[in-house]
Ligand binder design. Sequence first.
Ligand code: AMP
Length: 443
Amino acid sequence: MITFKDLNLTKPLLNALSDIGFDNPTPIQEKAFPVIMSGKDAVGIAQTGTGKTFAYLLPILRQLTYSEQRQPRVLIVVPTRELVLQVVDEVAKLATYMQARCVGVYGGGNINIQKQKVYDGVDILVATPGRLIDLTLSRTLQFNSIQKLVIDEVDEMLNLGFRSQLIKILDILPEKRQNLMFSATLNEDVEMMIDNYFYKPEYIELISRGTPLEKIIQQAYHVPNFYTKVNLLEYLLQTEKNFTKVLLFVKNKKIADDIYKELEGEFAEDIGVIHSNKSQPQRFSAVKKFDEGTHRLLIATDVIARGLDLKDVTHVINFDMPSKEASAYIHRIGRTGRADKTGIAISFITKLNLPMQKEIETLMKKKLEILDMPEAVEISENLTQDEKPVTRDKSLKKIPKHVTPTGAFHEKKDKNKKVNLGGKRRQENLRRIAEKKARTRPF
Ligand code: AMP
């Protein structure tokens, strides 16, 4: 087994790693190091939990020289503010014995404080896409000095709708730079971005090695509805004492809050909720309490939980199955069984989720182990408003079907194709707006 000493690292980095207590690189770290050091563009296929953050930070810090220039030389773009803070934290750990100025910027934080920090000088900037663009627009931040770009969790960034922001960023970065991208999965969108912006990238994949996913026990229950899911969850929390750090994934904020309401009677002291309607301090506090073990259960939506480095999660429960992409399942279960620990993922599967179960099993090349519903769990007949079948009010009139007019269809003569272009003044205004648009910068 190779150790960090076998990689061409500097003393300050080796000392920092030794302080953290890491001796051996994870497979992605071992593979990525020489590729990133070579200066080539690279795409790492790795989910959270594999040590991918250090995989790109180590070679980046290894190559970072001391500088007093203010504008950043390394840009790391990540999908969520939580991930910004996490990466900044990881840089701080690794750079304990180096002089590396790392700043994190993200939406929701005070932009003036962030502007000041950037203005004071930064080597490594970690950012969410929207805030990054805001800062370039205000001219506080300039990209001329960027030598290395990391896009982390790019698949998630695209899922979150950051596509156009990412492209804007890629378009204004200096052409001569090293591009690094990390993604749990590759899909068409991600590949298109690689084709358009990367130069002969080297792919770093972990397929042949034992990936952490293989260490995760994947089980499932077939459950008919929301209230039965709540009963099952309650039962598991009551009876399974080894469920000490449970991350529970739900479809949306409302369900997160509804579950909390159902369980708070018995478990209020044990549960935290995190979703995008929660304020920033509430979110940090929920993560902290879960991390420290004060809370035993953290209820989270996909968007928020993605990329969070929650330590030692014993169980991931999919209270709701992912509804769109099977790859979301991989991201979710990657939160348990991190680094060299085993973990358990449990999915609550309704009838509607059966096609998704199939899709996931195909993607994972593995069948989920279906467990029998424990007898003590009451099967509820109650349905939530969303689960109730839609019935049509018979008193409502049927909408008449569209009737295609009969008669010969022929193309109108040009003079009869009346298009309302507005008055002369309107046309003049439109022309001026179009001209102005063409003159202004791309954003
Ligand atoms: P990541 O995939 O970057 O989210 O990292 C997952 C977890 O693995 C984090 O808690 C890291 O601190 C931890 N980790 C990273 N590198 C190593 C290593 N070489 N040995 C043990 N744990 C590691």
